[in-house]
Structures are given as structure tokens and as C-alpha cells.
Design a protein around this ligand. Structure first.
Ligand SMILES: *Cc1c(COP(=O)(O)O)cnc(C)c1O
Length: 354
């Protein structure tokens, strides 16, 4: 019952159609596996192939289109499902990282008969950027492709009046995934998958056994998730949503975005720092310039220095072939004072490390 209530609340909060099915899984990784299993089922069933009975050997090969901003967990899901990494084709991006729609259309047109899953990003881990959902869904659906959205962070902006516009058109997708253990701040082991085609979702997951007891049409998690046995996973998310409500979640989301914005823009004004990406939501990028021109090395040294000080923790990453510092804020307890202390600490380190 708690999971059922949670599923309904989450769909309302995240702007997902009420008719979608849902599953509470361990994280976005398994949410990808669950949602893409439903996609695999439906795309092949449309071609008269029952993948749950026949497996993939002998079926039409599937194709997965995504962009450089996809999270690696998506690739792992494609591997688990036997689709194989070689089936992934990267679509080009605009300078700001958004998937280029002319490239998407051209790639779909080329091999138009191949059953295809288009994977889009809502809040990617480097820029926090969102793909253009209305155009991407129109183009993909005109080629009978399945649209999957990774919204590990990004789906949560649906709770905010200020930020919801970033998700415009996302409701037209065929599947969506997100995490509870990131922005909702519940303990690990909380991911959510949603599928616009409940019959395909159920067909991909369900397994009956003579010793199991079914009670009328009561929901059984075994029909929707990859696990057989599991704990009452819905309780932490239920409790968090119940206590925060939509306004509390919106406040949490907006507050993290404001902190990330301040961190990135103010660190960028320090001597020797350069703004790379201003956060659209709660993630952005900065790098540090060296007089000797080896900016990658200096950026890594400064990041090491910040981590060693222990006031703030930012990770290093590579963005468009440059070493950069990734600023990501998702803890509800981070305050304006913490942001001030972090900026002061970075200022000191920049002065200390020559
Ligand atoms: C964290 C993350 C994932 C993987 O989620 P887990 O909950 O760790 O399985 C997938 N996509 C994005 C964008 C993420 O940030």
C-alpha cells in the first residue's frame, strides 16, 4: 500500500502521466534496466517477436541512440539486457551539450526499420542540462522509437514553479527514471522507474510460480521490479514526501540550485579561476588557469588542495577534453554559511598553491 501511494505521489510530483506504471528499485541503474526491458519488450513485440520467450538471438537487432552526456549506468543497463554496447550510437550535441535535433532526425532516418530507443537527459551530471524534449519526442515517435529519459536529478525540478519549464514536453516520453537517494535525500536503495506502457512493463518483469499467493487484483511488486524478495522499500520515500510535501520538496530543490549557482559564479570570480558552465539546476563547472598554460594540471592540484582542507568537497572530471571541477549540491542541510565557508576556503587555496 505504501508503495502504491508513493507511486501515485511521485507521478504527481514529477509531472509523469497518471496512467504510467511504476517500480521502486535500488537506484537509477536498476530503473534503467527495468524501463529499458519494457522498451525491449514493446519494440520487439511490435515486430511479432516475444523476447521473454525467445530471447534476443534471432530477433531484429535493437539500436540505442543517446548523446555524450548520458550517464554510464545507461550503458551498463544496455549490457545487462543483452542489447550490447555496440548497439549504442551517439547523436551529436550543440555547443551547450543539448542533443542536436537535426542529427537525431538524420540518425533515425538512417536505418529507419531498426527498432530504436532514444535516451535523453534531464539534468546531466556536468552541466545539469536538459535535452529539448518536445522536439526529440516528436522526431522519435514519428519513427516509432521509444523515448527514455534519465532524470536522476532533473525530474525533481517538476516540483518547482521556477524550474518546471525545463521539463516541458518530458511527459511525452515512454519511460522515465529518477533517484530518491539523491535529491530527495533518503538513504541509498531508492530509485524509481515509470513506464507509459504498463502492459509492456509488466510483461518484461512478471513471472508466476505455483507457490505464490495472489490476492485479487492487488499489486504485487514482483510484477514490476527485477527482484523476487525485497524489503519494504517505499517507506523512506513515503516518509520524506509526506513530511516535506510538494512545497517542501520545491524549497529543497530551489535551495540546492541557489547554492550551486553561488558556488560556481563566486568561485569563478576568484583570481585564476574560470567559469566553464553556469548551473542550470544544481550542477556546474569551474576550472583554474595556470600561467604556464597547463590548466589541467593546475585544476587537479587545486581540487586536491580543496579536498585536503576538508571544508568543502568538489570532484574533478573531464568536460570537452578539459579537466574541470564539478560543483554539485544536493544535501538539504547545506546552508548559505556553508557556501560562504567553501568559497573562502577555495580563495585561500588559490593563494597558497602557486
Ligand atoms: C547517479 C546517476 C545514475 C545512477 O543512479 P544510481 O542510483 O547510482 O543507480 C544515473 N543517471 C544519472 C544522471 C545519475 O546522476
Amino acid at each position: 500500500m505504501v508503495e502504491e501511494v508513493c507511486g501515485q505521489w511521485l507521478k504527481q510530483l514529477l509531472g509523469i502521466p497518471a496512467s504510467a506504471s511504476f517500480a521502486l528499485v535500488t537506484g537509477c541503474q536498476m530503473a534503467h534496466a527495468t524501463a529499458l526491458a519494457a522498451a525491449r519488450h514493446k519494440l520487439l513485440a511490435n515486430r511479432g517477436w516475444d523476447v521473454e520467450i525467445n530471447g534476443l538471438a534471432g530477433s531484429t537487432p535493437l539500436r540505442v541512440l543517446t548523446s555524450e552526456r548520458r550517464h554510464e549506468s545507461l550503458i551498463r543497463a544496455v549490457k545487462f539486457l543483452g542489447i550490447g554496447e555496440a548497439a549504442i550510437e551517439l547523436v551529436g550535441c550543440e555547443a551547450d551539450g543539448q542533443m542536436r535535433m537535426t542529427d537525431l532526425a538524420a540518425t533515425l532516418q538512417n536505418a529507419a526499420d531498426t527498432p530504436t530507443i532514444v535516451c535523453l537527459q534531464a539534468g546531466d551530471i556536468h552541466t545539469g542540462g536538459f535535452d529539448p524534449f518536445p522536439e526529440a519526442c516528436d522526431i522519435a515517435h514519428s519513427h516509432s522509437a521509444w523515448v527514455h529519459i534519465d532524470g536522476a536529478f532533473g525530474l525533481w525540478v517538476a516540483s518547482s514553479d521556477r524550474l518546471r519549464h525545463l521539463l516541458s514536453g518530458a511527459e511525452q516520453a515512454d519511460s522515465w527514471v529518477t533517484d530518491g537517494h539523491k535529491w530527495l535525500n533518503v538513504p541509498f536503495d531508492s530509485g524509481f522507474a515509470f513506464v507509459a506502457h504498463p502492459a509492456a512493463h509488466r510483461a518484461a518483469m512478471s513471472q508466476s510460480a505455483s507457490y505464490l499467493i495472489s490476492v485479487g487484483d492487488a499489486r504485487d511488486q514482483l510484477d514490476w521490479t527485477p527482484e523476487w524478495s525485497r524489503r519494504g522499500r517505499g517507506f523512506p520515500a513515503y516518509a520524506a514526501i509526506k513530511s516535506l510535501g510538494r512545497t517542501g520538496i520545491a524549497q529543497l530543490v530551489e535551495q540546492c540550485c541557489d547554492h550551486a549557482h553561488r558556488l560556481v559564479t563566486e568561485i569563478s570570480t576568484l583570481p585564476g579561476a574560470e567559469l566553464v558552465i553556469t548551473p542550470k539546476i544544481n550542477q556546474g563547472l569551474v576550472r583554474f588557469l595556470s600561467p604556464d598554460g597547463d590548466h589541467d594540471r593546475r585544476t587537479d592540484r587545486i581540487i586536491e588542495g580543496i579536498q585536503a582542507k576538508g571544508i568543502a568537497w568538489f570532484g574533478g572530471t573531464t568536460w570537452q577534453n578539459k579537466r574541470v571541477m564539478r560543483v554539485s549540491v544536493c544535501n538539504w542541510r547545506t546552508t548559505d554559511g556553508d557556501v560562504d565557508r567553501a568559497i573562502t576556503s577555495v580563495r585561500k587555496i588559490l593563494a597558497e598553491i602557486s
